[in-house]
Design a protein around this ligand. Structure first.
Ligand code: SAM
Length: 195
């Protein structure tokens, strides 16, 4: 039983690309009400239920949202936290084993104003902040999944992602409404930028 239908989008993406492995560490950005985190907990085995394999390693799931997220076994939630805030980044580092994540998920979305272009740019700007987050917490070789609304700035986001990930692709899950501009970038094989 998932808290929200959005779970099916992540299940679909993960069934195809196998990003969430038992023992893995996942950061779920914009996690409320917690459906993606439910999927992540199952797949990385952070509640230790083993999914039929008692020897499966236990992973870590940390969810972040501006809103409250009801508690979930196997997940640690940073409620009333802004993903773009450095204070949140510092707390994340404390919660992650070896201060690193294997996967960053983002289903974040701003409150839609109804002005399509404006909402698009707002969400893309939020996605840019995930690249800063990755630099702090994502392990080399790690992956990022991030929701965006398609529009003029999508190309710029794709280019920025391509600077630090070996492969970047666009996904429109079947579970995503056909008439919405919602898309996901799947960026894999993270390379930490050399400064
Ligand atoms: N993936 C979630 C699930 O499956 O339950 C649904 C996420 S919902 C579509 C988008 C969420 O992003 C909202 O709960 C919103 O509060 C959150 N959000 C928007 N901006 C944020 C920010 N700057 N920091 C943290 N969360 C944010």
């Amino acid at each position: 039983n998932f808290r929200c239908r959005s779970a099916f989008k992540l299940l679909e993406i993960d069934d195809k690309f196998r990003l969430l492995q038992p023992g893995g560490s996942v950061v779920d950005c914009g996690a409320a009400p917690g459906a993606w985190s439910q999927v992540a907990v199952q797949r990385v085995n952070s509640a230790g239920t083993g999914e039929g394999d008692p020897a499966a390693p236990h992973g870590t799931v940390v969810g972040i949202d501006l809103m409250n997220i009801p508690p979930l076994d196997g997940a640690h939630f940073l409620c009333s936290h802004d993903v773009t805030d450095p204070v949140t980044h510092a707390k994340l580092l404390e919660l992650l084993p070896n201060r690193q994540a294997h996967v960053i998920l983002s289903d974040m979305a701003p409150n839609a104003s109804g002005f399509r272009e404006m909402d698009h740019v707002k969400l893309i700007t939020m996605c840019f902040s995930l690249i800063d987050l990755a630099e702090k917490i994502l392990q080399p070789g790690g992956s990022l999944v991030c929701k965006y609304w398609d529009g003029i700035s999508a190309r710029e986001l794709q280019e920025k992602l391509s600077n630090v990930f070996n492969t970047v692709q666009i996904i429109k899950p079947n579970a995503s409404r056909k008439d919405s501009s919602e898309r996901y970038f799947l960026a894999r094989m993270y390379r930490k930028p050399v400064k």
